[in-house]
Design a protein. Structure first.
Length: 245
């Protein structure tokens, strides 16, 4: 499995995270609150532990994380969010999967549909493009001079990872969804720093867009990610380094 785009775009990803820090913290915080609602203890709630790891990967302060958990356990936990996934097509037949958390699904589908239509895309039926993606755990580990590739690969394999890719700026670990929490926890305990740690829809094959199609697609992804209810946007487009999310 190719992990080329991860290393090529680490700097761009980090700068984008810094530029949109408030919005990203809000979205990740919502995931933490939803996960914590049933059980606020990450040691016995793997979904919450995974959400916390995702928050730390985007440099969310511990105080923010604690507030999200406390909110879920307090009076404001009456908010009920539903996880919904939409699939569709972007410009030039590109495939897009949109993961949302919403307290009003009618509002969310309307906003998502409008963003898709405005930027040359369209929503499709459930399953219309997801069959071309694999649902995997993805952990992108910061590569430092003192971190030896053989050691990290050994850690990943010991933890139960399915695939390990060495890149210039990072090590990329892929896991089965069922093994993600265990692998992530093991690598955390080894003191490794993550650029990214999440369950993602990984395209089995990528396509290349150019010119107007690429510009339209980039605007589509930006518009979707800007929606408050949208948590993640996955796609099969091999974006140039400066544009990759």
């Amino acid at each position: 499995m190719s992990g080329h785009s991860h290393a090529a775009n680490i700097a761009a990803k980090k700068s984008k995270t810094d530029a949109a820090k408030g919005k990203i913290f809000t979205k990740v915080g919502r995931e933490i609150a939803v996960a914590a609602k049933s059980n606020p203890d990450p040691s016995t709630n793997s979904k919450l532990a995974d959400a916390i790891a995702k928050a730390r990967a985007v440099n969310m302060p511990n105080d923010n994380i604690k507030r999200c958990i406390a909110k879920a356990a307090g009076e404001l936990s009456a908010d009920t969010y539903e996880e919904l996934t939409y699939e569709g097509y972007g410009p030039a037949g590109s495939a897009v999967i949109i993961k949302t958390l919403t307290d009003n699904k009618n509002r969310t589908v309307d906003y998502v549909r409008t963003a898709m239509r405005k930027h040359g895309g369209s929503l499709g039926n459930a399953g219309c493009v997801s069959f071309t993606f694999s649902n995997l755990g993805v952990i992108v580990i910061e590569r430092t001079p003192e971190l030896e590739e053989d050691v990290v690969m050994e850690y990943a394999l010991e933890a139960g990872a399915d695939d390990f890719i060495s890149e210039d700026d990072a090590f990329v670990v892929y896991t089965a969804v069922s093994a993600f929490s265990e692998v992530r926890k093991y690598l955390e305990e080894k003191g490794l720093n993550f650029f990214e740690a999440k369950v993602a829809m990984v395209p089995q094959n990528k396509i290349t867009l150019t010119g107007d199609d690429l510009a339209k697609f980039t605007r589509l992804v930006d518009a979707l990610e800007d929606l408050d209810d949208v948590q993640e946007v996955f796609h099969n487009v091999d974006l140039p380094d400066e544009e990759e999310e």
